[in-house]
Design a protein around this ligand. Structure first.
Ligand code: KIV
Ligand code: NA
Length: 276
């Protein structure tokens, strides 16, 4: 099947749910494409779940491009979104379009995502004007979590919820093709979803969103340092890995690995000749 377009994704709103997962490398992207997931996000969450960094703010453009290239090679037929790292647009909104273009031209991404901040509309508008589709991200925005009082649910009181709905509407107004809602009460996410004409993609935002996204390393149980309430573990891969490593260790020590089927042979004749 061919790659989805922005129009396809928008056409799913109100018809069927949209699925999105994160990937940072070739094998993960390949598995996600094989499962028929609609969109892949090359998230700056790679900082936390792959690189062992505390903050996504530390990701650079060059690092994101490196991961996005691997994802594109693994999922050539999937709609791939490059997650704009902090330095790409929040330090200087005027650099947004140039950095978004790198995701498209160097890594083959189909769109970029950027988080709400003071100059988010300016940044989004300049990228959209350059012809690159943008997904806006509101609610818990990890790149500015220090200004939100930490990693907490957003929009819990009426005025905060109103501000959040405003941000989502403003993202739509400047031309974002979809809006991601992170850590938002279910009824607020539902209100946003009913208010916007573009799809909402939720993470910790309840079942009413037009689509759902999870960080793949979280849902696979590959990364278990902390587990937010909104994560469902669909596998326990960290435990599976430890088990496999232990079996390898035991088999090597016990002389069970490598076995006959893993061994290369030389002809008896040739072997004899070695020491002549
Ligand atoms: O970086 C990331 O993984 C995200 C999440 C919202 C999925 O932005
Ligand atoms: Na992100």
């Amino acid at each position: 099947s061919g790659k989805l377009t922005v129009q396809d994704i928008q056409g799913f709103k109100g018809r069927r749910k949209i699925t999105m997962l994160t990937a940072y490398d070739y094998p993960m992207a390949h598995a996600i494409e094989s499962a028929g997931i609609d969109m892949i996000l090359v998230g700056d969450s790679v900082a936390n779940v792959v690189l062992g960094l505390e903050s996504t703010k530390d990701m650079t453009m060059d690092q994101m491009i490196y991961h996005a290239c691997a994802v594109r090679r693994g999922a050539p037929h999937t709609f791939v979104i490059g997650d704009m790292p902090f330095e790409a647009y929040q330090k200087d909104a005027a650099r947004s379009a140039g950095n978004a273009a790198r995701f498209v031209h160097e890594a083959g991404c189909d769109a970029v995502k950027l988080e709400w901040f003071d100059c988010a509309l300016e940044a989004a508008e300049s990228v959209i004007r350059s012809g690159i589709p943008v997904m806006g991200h509101v609610g818990l925005t990890p790149q500015t979590a220090d200004k939100l009082g930490g990693f907490k649910v957003q929009g819990k009181d009426a005025s905060a919820a109103r501000a959040l709905i405003r941000q989502a509407l403003d993202f739509e107004k400047v031309g974002c093709f979809a809006v991601l809602l992170e850590c938002v009460p279910d009824r607020v996410a539902r209100l946003v979803t009913e208010t916007l004409s573009v799809p909402t993609i939720g993470i910790g935002a309840g079942p009413s969103c037009d689509g759902q996204v999870l960080v793949t390393h979280d849902m696979l149980g590959l990364f278990e340092r902390y587990k937010p309430r909104f994560v469902k573990a669909y596998a326990r891969m960290n435990q599976d890995m430890i088990k496999a490593f232990e079996v390898f260790k035991d088999e090597v020590r016990d002389g069970k690995f490598p076995a006959d089927e893993h061994i290369f042979k030389i002809k008896e004749e040739e072997f004899k000749n070695i020491r002549r």
